[in-house]
Design a protein around this ligand. Structure first.
Ligand code: XMP
Length: 512
């Protein structure tokens, strides 16, 4: 068991970012809800506890509280924003409600001892997002830093490793925030950077074995990095108990099935079953235009196919392995979760209630870049690890509006040209994801002196580190001109090409 930090989630939209920053320092951390704090402190105690921010006011009705026992364990504590306010309140101090402060602030450090080691001198930029704040250090606490609007931007309990910061060290807009967190981890908690992809793999393998026992598992393999890494982990855990299934949904890109077969057959060390289910997916999608319905239909079809395969194999496979990542979970979660529903990812909210499987989702807490590191650790080829993400619902959510074989065929050709040109220009690895979408409108054009009234293709290419935020890729004009000319000339039925210059947020990466 690696050393661990416990992150207590009071509902902040940044809780996962805190966890990421900690893991980037190669320290393992777990996120727990406030009710599970006592349980999280049992057994081998964590090296430290971080209390996240949250949307509540400490005085609000039903606001989450801090288990007072925490301070009696003697473990180092860092409260961030709401977490700091809870510490202040628990120590008999006051929290001043209602003074909203969002955005950048200039932090002056008064004590560059442990938490702010290396921060003497000039003020540094920090980022705030709070309604309430602490005006005076509670009894027994001392002020470590302040901003023009916050007399107590950071405090410490005298003689104890208990700290609070009112700003958010975990966000990118606090440029030296990672340093503050590292000071907490290494100077205050005494952590030793022992959490690496190798350590994660070993732990995940152990947990999978425990969950699955000796039973058979089926892994849906899409050809993308997530499902490949999930399958590789489960294969390590259960060996021949795993069967990988690649479903040809009829919603794949040009040449995808052949590529996946070539890449994976005989490579993962497991059986690979390829299922042709195009007719059943397309029939189920007939006339469906609404993106959420498309995802649900596809999520259910996948499960039905897997159930059938499990029966055909004569195995009693009870477990279905999915490469679900943390962003899929966040964006699919409804109220009560940390954020609003953005899209019901087909493999999360799109699953039928009556399915025969229990899920094995070893990557559910990871972001894509972490999965890629893990994939390398597991020895997967760079070609697999570095592939652009491709959503499970495939081209169904890139043919906007109702899906048909004809429209899929048009999209497939346009998309293949775009990707071919990106590879030829040596840009593939600079881009997080690139694809074409077929818009549900027709436009007027003129070709060979005649009027045309045909399809519009939108091209989308973005940069990102985890798919949660993204920016459009700034191709050179000559590149776009070349791709546009090729698509209009080579793909029958397209007379216009548009390039999507929207970031996420406010747009999303996929159009549906
Ligand atoms: P959005 O469009 O939400 O996409 O900005 C973020 C990332 O998730 C992929 N995506 C999906 N993947 N099932 C998946 O497996 C889905 O339903 C789904 N919707 C979006 C998208 O391609 C991008 O990489």
């Amino acid at each position: 068991m690696p050393e661990r930090i416990l992150v207590v989630d009071f509902g902040s939209q940044f809780t996962q970012l805190i966890a990421r920053r900690i893991r980037e320092a190669n320290v393992f951390c777990e996120i727990r809800p406030p009710e599970a704090l006592a349980e999280g402190l049992r057994g081998e105690p964590p090296k430290g506890v971080v209390l996240s921010g949250g949307p509540s006011s400490v005085y609000g009705e039903g606001a989450p509280e801090l288990d007072r026992k925490l301070l009696s364990f003697g473990v180092p504590v860092l409260g961030i924003c709401y977490g700091m306010q809870l510490l202040a309140l628990g120590a008999g101090g006051a929290v001043r409600p209602g003074k909203r402060e969002y955005g950048r602030a200039s932090l002056r450090v008064h004590d560059s001892g442990d938490l702010f080691h290396g921060f003497g001198g000039e003020p540094v930029q920090v980022w705030c997002s709070h309604g309430d704040h602490v005006d005076e250090p509670p009894p027994g606490f001392e002020t470590l830093a302040s901003t023009p609007d916050l007399p107590v931007a950071a405090f410490r309990m005298a003689g104890r490793p208990v700290y609070g910061v009112q700003f958010h060290p975990e966000v990118a807009h606090t440029p030296r925030g990672a340093e503050i967190l590292r000071n907490f981890l290494f100077r205050i908690c005494g952590c030793s950077s022992d959490w690496t992809p190798g350590a994660f793999a070993a732990r995940a393998v152990e947990q999978i074995r425990e969950a699955v026992g000796g039973e058979a598992c089926i892994a849906g393999l899409s050809g993308g990095v997530d499902s490949a890494v999930a399958a590789a982990l489960v294969h390590r855990a259960v060996g021949d108990g795993l069967t990988c299934v690649f479903v040809d949904t009829g919603l794949l890109r040009k040449g995808e099935r052949a590529l996946v077969e070539r890449t994976f057959r005989g490579r993962l060390g497991t059986r690979l079953v390829v299922v042709d289910a195009a007719t059943e997916f397309l029939d189920a999608l007939q006339g469906v235009a609404e993106p959420e319905r498309k995802r649900r239909i596809i999520g259910e079809r996948f499960v039905r196919v897997f159930e059938r395969i499990a029966r055909d194999l004569g195995s009693q496979a009870r477990f279905l392995v999915q490469g679900t990542l943390y962003p899929d979970v966040i964006e699919s979660m409804s109220s009560g979760g940390p954020s609003a529903v953005i899209k019901t990812h087909h493999n999360v909210g799109g699953l039928p209630d009556d399915m025969d499987f229990e899920l094995v989702e070893p990557l559910r807490d990871l972001f894509k870049d972490e999965v890629r590191r893990l994939g390398r650790e597991l020895g997967l080829d760079d070609a697999v690890v570095g592939r652009h993400p491709f959503p499970g619902p495939g081209l169904a959510i890139r043919v906007l509006g109702p899906v048909s074989e004809d429209r899929l065929a048009v999209l497939r050709e346009a998309d293949a040209i775009f990707l071919e040109e990106i590879e030829a220009a040596g840009l593939y690895d600079d881009i997080w994801q690139a694809f074409a979408a077929l818009l549900p409108v027709r436009s007027v054009g003129v070709m060979g002196d005649a009027r045309t009234y045909e399809n519009v293709v939108a091209l989308r290419a973005v940069t990102s580190t985890d798919g949660m935020t993204a920016d459009w890729y700034p191709f050179e004009a000559a590149f776009l001109r070349r791709v546009s000319a090729r698509i209009v000339n080579e793909v029958a039925g397209v007379n216009r090409v548009a390039y999507d210059v929207s970031s996420k947020p406010p747009s999303t990466i996929e159009w549906e």
